[in-house]
Design a protein around this ligand. Structure first.
Ligand SMILES: Cc1cc2nc3c(=O)[nH]c(=O)nc-3n(C[C@H](O)[C@H](O)[C@H](O)COP(=O)(O)OP(=O)(O)OC[C@H]3O[C@@H](n4cnc5c(N)ncnc54)[C@H](O)[C@@H]3O)c2cc1C
Length: 398
């Protein structure tokens, strides 16, 4: 027997879970929502909630504060309960004179953002999803068939469940099977010729809630504060083979050489993971009875920690539009509504894709005039409060 929902979300990692809770909240917990996720919540090893830590900008926290699931406070409160605040972000060009600092105090904010371990966020979101009477989680399960008629979208799951909905939302990550099944191609925009090595690193000195983004010839080297004396590392290099094969002591020595002693000694490193880096986007973000969000819509270089922050703005806009349509009793898959969503998000998406790619090109260029110009740019930034506020406003997702 077919089970009918208002909305089916495919993909239950950070984007899919938060979107389900946002839709539930905006409809006063009346919208009937299904979430289909491939992996059971062993998030230490699988699914979208992997070993990554991500920085959530202040703008994202403000949006999370407007999402109220049943059985708790708002989602920002949930995040703050285990997150590490960022007070300052230092940006520098390794081996050159330019550097600048963005600070929460200057921006008159309690913090610039927070750092969360995705796996931990996943556990908490999953527990919340299970408590919502109007959200049904199909997990572990996946979509084996999808077809759309004029009035509905129909899904058959690997488990044999048959679902129908007014709208399908693809939150199923890069190379979205759902988008492709609806004839939407994924376009590779740029292969950066870099891979990101991620790990958690124990430090000997307190981090004082500082984050660091250091641009090197091979790619950015970023450290985010995590817990008391830990940093989450994202180290982008052209070829990760040697660093991945190094034993922990050699890896820590290489890190120390790259970063210096500002955080004391790098004492211990967790298991390392590698992500090849490229940017891509779905050629369109809507189709008949379909909307696409999160990594399924676009994938950014992690340079400025903007991937999910952009995804958060996308899912928030979509939830607001769907919430309004739901309150009015409108069809949630109606074409004008989906067009409004796509149009509303286009400029921000294009700006973020262009600016993250631009940063990588600018800081990986080894030509002397470009090196001089970018360092003058960093110095100008460090001397101009107005320019710093402008940059911070972009980074904070306001
Ligand atoms: C090294 C690194 C550092 C980063 N740092 C930051 C940062 O500081 N700040 C920031 O904002 N962003 C950051 N990002 C980006 C951020 O991690 C992503 O934007 C975010 O995790 C994307 O989540 P998602 O839910 O859209 O996709 P995914 O995490 O890819 O999840 C997709 C989910 O869909 C499921 N799925 C797939 N196919 C199916 C199917 N057919 N049926 C059912 N389920 C399916 C998968 O199991 C998975 O759980 C970083 C990324 C990297 C690589």
């Amino acid at each position: 027997m077919t089970q009918h929902f208002d909305v089916v979300i495919v993909g239950g990692a950070v984007t899919g879970s938060i979107l389900a809770l946002a839709l539930s909240s905006v409809s006063e917990h009346k919208m009937n929502i299904a979430v289909v996720e491939k992996f059971t919540p062993d998030y230490s090893t699988q699914g979208g909630f992997d070993a990554r830590s991500i920085a959530l900008a202040y703008g994202s926290l403000q949006k999370l504060a407007q999402i109220y699931p049943l059985g708790g406070g708002n989602l920002a409160e949930l995040v703050y309960s285990f997150a590490t605040p960022i007070q300052q972000i230092w940006v520098s060009d390794k081996g050159h004179f330019g550097k600048t600092c963005l600070s929460a105090q200057e921006m008159k904010l309690p913090e610039l953002g927070v750092v969360v371990e995705l796996a931990r966020l996943g556990e908490k979101l999953n527990a919340l999803l299970a408590q919502q009477p109007n959200i049904r989680l199909f997990c572990p399960d996946s979509v084996s068939q999808l077809h759309r008629t004029a009035e509905k979208a129909h899904l058959t799951l690997a488990s044999g469940h048959a679902l129908s909905a007014q709208l399908i939302i693809a939150a199923d990550g890069i190379q979205s099977q759902i988008a492709q099944g609806c004839g939407i191609e994924t376009l590779t925009l740029k292969d950066y010729g870099q891979s990101a090595i991620i790990a958690n690193v124990k430090i000997s000195e307190p981090h004082q809630h500082q984050a660091f983004e250091r641009f090197t010839a091979q790619g950015p080297f970023a450290l985010l504060p995590l817990g008391e004396k830990m940093m989450s590392l994202v180290w982008c290099v052209a070829d990760p083979t040697t660093l991945m094969a190094a034993n922990d002591d050699d890896f820590l020595r290489a890190m120390q050489q790259q970063f210096g002693w500002k955080l004391g000694k790098f004492q211990q490193v967790s298991k390392r993971f590698v992500y090849p880096l490229h940017s891509q986007k779905a050629e369109r973000h809507t189709a008949h009875r379909l909307a696409i969000v999160g990594n399924a819509a676009q994938l950014l270089h992690p340079v400025a920690g903007q991937g999910f922050n952009l995804g958060m703005r996308d899912l928030f806009t979509l939830s607001q539009l769907l919430g309004q349509a739901f309150q009015k009793g409108e069809d949630l898959g109606n074409h004008p509504l989906l067009c409004r969503f796509e149009q509303a998000r286009l400029a921000d998406q294009e700006k973020m894709i262009a600016s993250t790619s631009g940063l990588i090109s600018l800081f990986s260029c080894q030509q002397l005039p470009v090196q001089i110009l970018r360092n003058l740019g960093l110095i100008a930034l460090s001397h101009s409060r107005l320019a710093r506020r402008w940059v911070a406003n972009q980074a904070l997702g306001f």
